[in-house]
Design a protein around this ligand. Structure first.
Ligand code: S3P
Length: 192
């Protein structure tokens, strides 16, 4: 693992992906292992909006919620050192995936529809899944968002793998990316 004393200056690790793919659970676990701050954009949106996600959606609508998410990424997350779990739709609107990429190493988590259904039984913070048939909604959203998720970050598939295995996998991907970023920076310095 990367040197702990470096952590505050290392790029953020940003976890994107559909609801129920494990962003928050894995982000928390990694933050604990690496002793870094964990940030959930849903928490910051609620703080910024002064209301719960359910109320923001119900009273001001999804567009307002997405504007708050953009503001969180633009203004509220730290420049480095943190592990950030993004709300499931955050990277979807035009320009958001590119914006998020400027804030750290982005990994997109994927899971099968069955796994997502199982993991999203609690819909209090997920108004988009409310209603009689969450499965239909999940399938619709996945179809609409698949491209955005694929291009937002490096894909990691979570089905059938333990938290421990996934942490190691994400750790490796992150270290490889940090190494690449450092090499690119050194190369640029040489060229200048
Ligand atoms: C959303 C996902 C939720 C939350 C909101 C909208 C989405 O976050 O931001 O309900 O559009 O996919 P999680 O992915 O953490 O459940």
């Amino acid at each position: 693992m990367l040197n702990r004393s470096d952590h505050a200056t290392l790029p953020n690790l940003i976890l994107a992906g559909m609801m129920g793919t494990g962003k928050s659970a894995l982000g928390r676990q990694l933050a604990h292992r690496w002793q870094r701050a964990f940030i959930d954009t849903d928490d910051l949106v609620e703080k910024l909006g002064g209301a719960s996600i359910a109320d923001i959606f119900a009273q001001q609508g999804e567009e307002h919620f997405r504007a708050l998410e953009r503001k969180v990424i633009e203004e509220l997350i730290p420049a480095s050192g943190a592990i950030i779990a993004c709300g499931g739709g955050l990277v979807v609107p035009e320009g958001m995936a590119d914006l998020v990429k400027t804030k750290g190493v982005v990994i997109t988590l994927f899971a099968s529809v069955d796994t997502i259904i199982r993991r999203t039984a609690n819909t209090s913070r997920r108004p988009l899944l409310k209603g009689d048939d969450p499965e239909v909604k999940i399938r619709e959203l996945m179809k609409k968002r698949e491209k955005a998720y694929m291009s937002a970050g490096i894909a990691v598939y979570t089905d059938g793998r333990t938290v421990q295995q996934l942490c190691l996998n994400i750790e490796r991907v992150y270290e490889r990316e940090v190494f690449r970023i450092k090499q690119d920076a050194a190369r640029k310095l040489k060229e200048d």
